[in-house]
Ligand binder design. Structure first.
Ligand SMILES: Cc1ncc(COP(=O)(O)O)c(C=O)c1O
Length: 404
């Protein structure tokens, strides 16, 4: 079998740290404000300006932001929240951390996001007209919409659905910073929105997240919950001329972000646009090459997706088995190209096994591969990935031919 000579070692993703973060991190260290100080506030403002959200509450991860989202909307024990199974497990974990349970919905294979029709069918089949799950007795309270891989989900359709069934709509926007929905940045909708700054995302703070909202009361509740339930933040107390005493009216968490992380985030935000431009150039090259190949299926987002940040690049091997997909990944690995399988469905994991079948989610997961994409990827590396993928596809096709 013909194989290309291994020319590169290309990871699936790589954070783009320019080096200009160092001086701002040093500023934090020298100032003595190393946690939840002025740089955290500056980072929150930078993200709000960019996303057009009114309030940003920086936290230590997207999972924490999602957990707080549930709590500020009064979701907890005895409740259920609709979400796609085709997502990273943190989506469902955050629901469970609140005491509620996820109710998994199938995806549209063309958008990789929760299918609004499947969501409505699920509401009608599994719940009474009062929103009580016929099997579990729990009450349906919300929808957690995921903008998977940075592809905006159809917010307006889900907003209408949420309104019809009196549900709270929230957005898991871990991957979607910089993507736009109907020309509006994700984060601007007004629905509680949670971002991730994990190294696999378009910008990173090492670990980190942010809750975005347009509602001042919800923002204030989130600020209190992220810092042990403290009614007045350390930063505000420090600035006060008078002696102030904090109160603890709710049980909170330590979900604080450090100012060193915020320093990295501030610099990352300054480069975000250039990161997204480069990600789109790479995706364009992939789309041009793979869009012509019958055995491959690329995502062609609907028109409401006015910009995709290409946090990840998914490719489907049409008609392939899971074994063939795994062999394809192994062959690329041997040529120095790291890929990842399609997202494993949460409803198949032991912690969330519900005995349900979600056909689209399962097929997409088994036949998908994520290809390397990151801003510092060179044109030669992109070309190499394209050549290796094309070569492996010819192998896959010839393996499928019946031997005469
Ligand atoms: C869709 C989705 N939600 C939530 C998370 C969790 O983000 P974090 O690692 O910042 O908690 C991720 C992370 O990969 C994700 O992809």
């Amino acid at each position: 079998m013909e194989t290309a000579k291994k020319q590169f070692n290309i990871p699936i993703a790589k954070p783009t740290l320019i080096g200009d973060e160092t001086e701002l991190i040093a500023q934090s260290l020298q100032s003595g404000w190393v946690s939840m100080g002025p740089l955290t506030q500056r980072f929150e403002q930078a993200v709000c300006e960019y996303t057009q959200a009114r309030y940003g509450v920086a936290v230590n991860s997207c999972t924490s932001a999602l957990h707080i989202s549930m709590l500020i909307h009064g979701i907890g024990a005895g409740d259920e929240v609709l979400c796609p199974s085709y997502s990273f497990i943190a989506t469902a974990n955050a629901i469970r951390h609140s005491g509620a349970e996820p109710c998994f919905v199938d995806i549209d294979p063309n958008t990789l996001n929760m299918d609004p029709q499947a969501a409505e069918a699920c509401i009608q089949e599994r719940y009474t007209s009062e929103g009580v799950n016929r099997k579990t007795g729990r009450k349906l309270k919300g929808i957690l919409l995921v903008h998977q891989l940075g592809i905006p989900a159809d917010i307006d359709t889900f907003a209408a659905l949420a309104k019809r069934y009196h549900l709270t709509l929230m957005e898991d926007n871990a991957c979607g910073l910089g993507s736009t929905y109907k020309n509006n940045p994700l984060g601007s909708s007004g629905f509680t929105n949670s971002l991730s700054f994990h190294p696999r995302k378009v910008i990173t703070t090492g670990e980190g997240g942010m809750l975005l909202t347009n509602d001042e009361t919800l923002a204030e509740k989130a600020r209190v919950l992220r810092a042990h339930g403290m009614s007045i933040s350390d930063f505000v107390r420090h600035q006060s001329a008078a002696t102030t005493y904090e109160r603890y009216d709710v049980v909170g968490y330590n979900y604080r972000l450090t100012d060193m992380q915020a320093a990295i985030g501030i610099r990352q935000m300054e480069h975000l646009e250039s990161f997204i431009v480069r990600r789109n150039q790479i995706a364009d090259a992939y789309n041009q090459a793979f869009g012509q190949i019958e055995e491959l299926s690329i995502i062609q987002p609907p028109t409401y997706v006015t910009r995709w940040n290409y946090q990840s690049y998914p490719l489907r091997l049409r008609g392939a088995t899971q074994t063939q997909r795994d062999e394809f990944m192994l062959a690329l690995q041997q040529q120095g190209i790291t890929t990842r399988r399609g997202i494993p469905p949460m409803h198949k994991e032991p912690v969330y096994e519900q005995g349900i079948v979600l056909p689209q989610t399962e097929t997409v997961s088994k036949t998908s591969v994520m290809l390397p994409i990151f801003p510092t990827m060179t044109d030669d590396e992109v070309r190499y990935v394209i050549d290796c993928v094309c070569l492996q596809i010819t192998h896959l096709v010839s393996a499928k031919q019946p031997v005469s």
